[in-house]
Design a protein around this ligand. Structure first.
Ligand SMILES: NC(=O)c1ccc[n+]([C@@H]2O[C@H](COP(=O)([O-])OP(=O)(O)OC[C@H]3O[C@@H](n4cnc5c(N)ncnc54)[C@H](O)[C@@H]3O)[C@@H](O)[C@H]2O)c1
Length: 441
């Protein structure tokens, strides 16, 4: 592939040259930071801020020895990348995945800084990961490795310092084990507030109403705010999804409840399609029971190329990064690509889509519902309050609608794409705070 010569890549190359670091435009982290720096250039921010944002503040790597059920030992590699905390404590999910790499975690941490800033949440950005396939271990092995990871992270996490949450491969149960382990290490007088060390906990143990569906719910609120301006009506849309886990299945069920029709889904077990519509609720039950969409009787199995070329109004990637590359983008027949996953679209794919008139709604706007309700959970824990789902949804809608309006207004003002506008709206806020606080010493 030719080296990237866009202004974004050139600007990123200059910054990394200054940092005496290498630059690789095929790498996800460099692609993402290039786009962020491109937005920073549109705002003409100081070189200081570009340098600060270019690298995370801390990159923590731990190795966790764990005894498996058969008596053998395994060593698991864990990461916590803390990108920036100028706006508040570091915040970001913990991912369990067999193929996870440091650059992926750095990218996700950077995106968390941008996401929290865009939504004006009092949090910085972080992300963590454990290199493990959670489906390949027993429940008790999963518990042991989770507790060992939490202990290894030690004081690098905390309710006032760095607050993990669920992401791919993790859930409320894993958050409960993390919180319990952390509480066991906490001093007696801080044990109550210590449970705020993680969000996305079970409802019975300090979790928030509405957290499980929050990312999908937030995405629907963003669509409510933006689709009318594109002459689209959410009650008359068709959509397809990559991923039918937390984000994908909730997005599908909530959009179906609004009258939209699910046409095709692809996950790690295969792809399915039904021109007449797939029942999102029945599919969620099937995935819960079997682990994937494969074998669902309410649709036909299709191959990946046919999945990408199924005509729909909204194409919603809700699985891994970079699942929409140029080849996929050339196949897509949709009006809007809605990024539910983080960084699902490669820069070349995005360029192609914009050229063919497909709008791309960026992840830091669309999937911020999860971290927003995490913020509500953290707030409820601190104040010993319990909000009902109605209140959570009402407040979530307000945050998501304002973010969408912010992005729209910035895109208009700077005459740029929605992605650059979302980064610019985030960076403008961070820039103001750095200006007021200054940079120590
Ligand atoms: N959970 C949250 O609150 C949250 C919040 C913001 C963003 N996200 C992002 O949303 C995405 C999905 O997260 P989740 O929590 O729903 O994860 P999950 O583990 O619940 O589900 C992941 C889904 O991705 C699918 N998948 C995995 N590998 C695949 C492959 N090679 N091809 C096709 N599908 C594949 C799985 O089958 C599953 O359906 C991730 O990018 C995550 O970072 C999640």
């Amino acid at each position: 592939m030719d080296p990237c010569n866009t202004p974004a890549c050139q600007s990123a190359r200059e910054i990394f040259h200054e940092l005496d670091d290498y630059y690789d435009d095929h790498n996800l982290y460099f692609q993402t930071i290039s786009s962020v720096l491109d937005a920073a250039n549109l705002l003409k921010v100081d070189q200081r801020l570009k340098l600060i944002l270019s690298q995370p503040k801390n990159e923590i790597m731990v190795h966790c020895p764990v005894k498996m059920d058969d008596g053998r030992w395994r060593l698991f590699k864990g990461y916590r990348v803390q990108h920036n905390n100028v706006l508040g404590p570091y915040k970001g999910g913990i991912r369990y995945h067999g193929e996870v790499k440091l650059d992926e975690v750095k990218t996700l941490a950077l995106l968390m800084t941008m996401k929290c800033a865009l939504a004006r949440l009092p949090f910085g950005g972080a992300k963590g990961a454990l290199k493990i396939d959670p489906r390949s271990v027993s429940r008790s092995e999963l518990e042991r490795v989770t507790r060992r990871l939490t202990a290894a992270l030690g004081n690098n996490i905390g309710p006032d310092y760095d607050i993990p949450a669920p992401d791919m491969g993790t859930n409320a149960q894993i958050m409960a084990w993390m919180a319990d382990t952390y509480i066991n290490f906490a001093e007696s007088s801080t044990k109550v507030t210590a449970r705020g060390v993680v969000t996305g906990k079970p409802l019975e143990f300090g979790g928030s109403a509405g957290r499980e569906k929050a990312t999908g719910q937030g995405l629907v609120y963003v669509l409510d705010a933006l689709l009318p301006g594109m002459d689209m009506d959410v009650s008359k849309l068709s959509f397809s999804l990559i991923g039918y886990g937390n984000v994908g299945s909730w997005t599908a069920r909530l959009l179906q409840a609004r009258g939209s029709q699910l046409k095709a889904v692809m996950d790690h077990t295969g792809a399915i399609c039904n021109e007449a519509g797939i029942d999102a609720e029945a599919l969620a039950q099937h995935v819960q029971a079997t682990g994937g969409v494969n074998g669902f009787t309410g649709a036909d199995a299709i191959d990946a190329p046919n999945f990408y070329s199924t005509p729909v109004d909204l194409f919603i990637p809700a699985a891994l990064e970079q699942m929409v590359d140029l080849e996929h983008a050339e196949r897509l027949q949709c009006k809007v690509l809605v990024e539910a996953a983080n960084a699902p679209t490669t820069p070349r794919a995005e360029q192609h889509l914009l050229q063919k008139g497909v709008e791309v709604l960026p992840a830091i706007l669309c999937n911020a519902g999860g971290v927003t309700v995490s913020y509500f959970e953290w707030k409820q824990n601190r104040q010993s309050e319990t909000w009902d789902e109605e209140l959570v949804d009402e407040r979530l809608r307000k945050v998501m609608t304002r973010s969408a309006e912010r992005v729209l207004a910035t895109a208009k003002r700077l005459d740029c794409s929605m992605r650059l506008a979302s980064y610019a709206a985030a960076i403008a806020h961070i820039d103001k705070v750095y200006e007021m606080r200054g940079v120590f010493p």
